[in-house]
Design a protein around this ligand. Structure first.
Ligand code: F6P
Length: 341
């Protein structure tokens, strides 16, 4: 069998572990040939690739990022993208393509699958918002990094009697905010699923100071927004792909909390540090299992499917189902973290 693998969309700790696992399972156990496309779908569309053998994936298990490179170019962005991809798959004699990606990548994968290409998807995102899998690799690493940062920020906040508004990633969902906030014992967690009321948030933080505490930590997901009419709020437009830009919610929120509470408030934006560096052991294991099962699915001819974690088992789910909706933070999980509603 000849398998093509690519990594597309925002990078994520664990991508290299999937690539390594695909190569080990395919080349060593099945005698397959594996090629890796450079920079995501762009590599497939431009026929830019390299052979992946055991030597090529040596020592990458613990490495962050992706040895193949990534980009946000999707086949659908190019008018003749699907036909071009089909032509290159035929020319290269590929029997299977394994794209590793998040929401946008999986939508493109589904598009190509519906056009008849042999696709087996692998979900990835630090945001953990792919509905068909219990967990995506990268999430555990991002939460670990954010939690460590929050622990560190507590001591400086306390020294200065400040409110620190810490922005974590999560464009559409608040999983990283929820988990890191719970793990670090943040005093308020604000997620995109629930537009916040600035009066309620101010009261909550204010009560802490009234009770004699010297500082407060508010964790806010980058996609969080105030309830309509709750406070002045500026959006930041869209990027070159039409994605909504970060609003700088931590900046806006810290200015507002400082004004209302009469306490020094500072924004801290953790940003891409949450995506960089070595994956945790949990993410390495999940990524390795996904890679192994993607190769097996390709050998069974199970195309148009995605690897997924359900409980402790890896299972295959239809790509079409996986791209229907995002996994958002449910109300009961939010209540457990005693968030600001
Ligand atoms: O999808 C993962 C993610 O990390 C989001 O949380 C974040 O909004 C986005 O990627 C940032 O992407 P970029 O690297 O393009 O700025």
């Amino acid at each position: 069998m000849r398998i093509g693998v690519l990594t597309s969309g925002g990078d994520c700790p664990g991508l290299n572990a999937v690539i390594r696992s695909v190569v080990h399972r395919a080349v060593v156990d099945h005698g397959d040939e594996v090629i890796g496309f450079h920079d995501g779908w762009k590599g497939l569309l431009e026929c830019d690739y390299r052979k992946l053998d055991l030597e090529a994936v040596g020592g990458i298990l613990a490495r962050g990022g992706t040895i193949l490179g990534s980009s946000r170019v999707q086949p659908a962005h190019l008018v003749d993208g699907v036909e071009r991809a089909r032509g290159h798959v035929a020319d290269l004699g590929l029997d299977a393509i394994i794209p590793i990606g998040g929401e946008g990548t999986l939508k493109a994968a589904n598009l190509l699958s519906e056009a008849g290409l042999p696709i087996v998807g692998v979900p990835k995102t630090i945001d953990n918002d792919i509905a068909s899998t219990d967990v995506t690799f990268g999430f555990d690493t991002a939460v670990t990094v954010a939690t460590e940062a929050l622990d560190r920020l507590k001591t400086t906040a306390e020294s200065h009697q400040r409110v620190l508004v810490v922005e974590v990633m999560g464009r559409h969902t608040g999983w990283i905010a929820l988990h890191s906030g719970m793990a670090a014992g943040a005093h308020a967690v604000v997620v995109p699923e629930r537009p916040f009321d600035i009066d309620e948030l101010t009261a909550r933080v204010g009560e802490r100071f009234e009770a004699g505490k010297r500082f407060a930590i508010v964790v806010v997901a980058e996609g969080a927004k105030p309830r309509e009419g709750s406070m002045d709020f500026k959006t930041a437009g869209t990027d070159i792909y039409g994605h909504e830009r970060f609003t700088g919610i931590a900046n806006q929120l810290s200015v507002e909390l400082e004004r209302r509470l009469g306490k020094e408030a500072r924004p801290v934006i953790l940003g891409h540090v949450q995506r960089g560096g070595t994956p945790t052991a949990y993410d390495r294991v999940l990524a390795t299992r996904f890679g192994w099962h993607a190769v097996e699915a390709a050998h069974r001819g199970e195309f148009g499917m995605l690897t997924a974690l359900r409980g402790t088992d890896i299972t295959m789910v239809p790509l079409a189902q996986a791209v229907e909706s995002l996994k958002t933070v449910p109300a009961d999980r939010y209540a457990e973290a005693e968030c600001v509603i």
